[in-house]
Design a protein around this ligand. Structure first.
Ligand code: GTP
Ligand code: MG
Length: 206
């Protein structure tokens, strides 16, 4: 049996769209480096949501496992994570992304200023982007959704650890771990602010 992708005939476009959008972000970084002599982010990761996790998400949201739902109802089939050195850089990058032509913000969540109760911090944006490919609604140029998560290195390592815990179901004392994670998230946030302040002091004369 030949398994068909939940992304249907659009499957092959997704990695190409991802690459093109990541390149736009790389260009922002290069231009910033040329003008300001410092980088806006440390690393950039992109992914297409796997077949299994897309199917699992459809199920979790009570949606039929269709291409339309995978590309249009669920908005993170294509996702990019921007990991920055400093909190300020997150906000600078957010403004740069907002200014990109063909990128329209349709949702924004600032979990940096308003951390989740568990301590999770990140800046989330969902864009409606214009591509050269046809889309699920029969348009060409076609529209796709792109999720961008922006966070500091500290927020990123915290999120990986917390994510690991979610998938481990044999933890002895989950309440204790949850509490320790929350404490750690707050300490990291306070360190991020100090780092930011120190950088400002170093660059005061610039
Ligand atoms: P989803 O239905 O999972 O997409 O969540 P949502 O619609 O409530 O959106 P939200 O912006 O809150 O989260 C989107 C993505 O951010 C998730 O898929 C995760 O990758 C990440 N995220 C959100 N909250 C947490 C969290 O508490 N811990 C970790 N590790 N990641 C999180
Ligand atoms: Mg998600």
């Amino acid at each position: 049996m030949v398994a068909t992708s939940i992304y249907g005939e659009y499957e092959a476009y997704l990695p190409q769209i991802l690459e093109e959008m990541m390149n736009k972000i790389r260009v922002i970084n290069q231009e910033y480096k040329e003008n300001r002599n410092c980088k806006l982010y440390e690393h950039l990761i992109g992914r297409i949501k796997t077949e299994n996790s897309m199917r699992e998400k459809c199920q979790r949201k009570g949606l039929a496992m269709s291409t339309k739902n995978a590309l249009w109802e669920i908005k993170d089939a294509i996702a990019i994570r921007v990991v920055c050195g400093f909190v300020d850089d997150i906000y600078t990058m957010v403004e740069q992304l907002r200014a990109l032509s063909g990128w329209r913000v349709i949702q924004e969540k600032d979990y940096v200023k308003n951390a989740k109760p568990n301590g999770y911090r990140s800046y989330h944006m969902i864009f409606d982007i214009v591509t050269k490919f046809p889309d699920i609604n029969g348009r060409q140029p076609g529209h796709y959704y792109l999720e961008v998560q922006l966070r500091t290195i500290a927020m990123d390592s915290w999120a990986s650890l917390e994510h690991e815990m979610k998938y481990k179901h044999d933890i002895k004392d989950p309440e204790k771990i949850t509490k320790e994670l929350k404490r750690c998230a707050d300490e990291l946030a306070s360190c991020d602010i100090s780092m930011q302040t120190i950088r400002q002091l170093i660059h005061e004369e610039d």
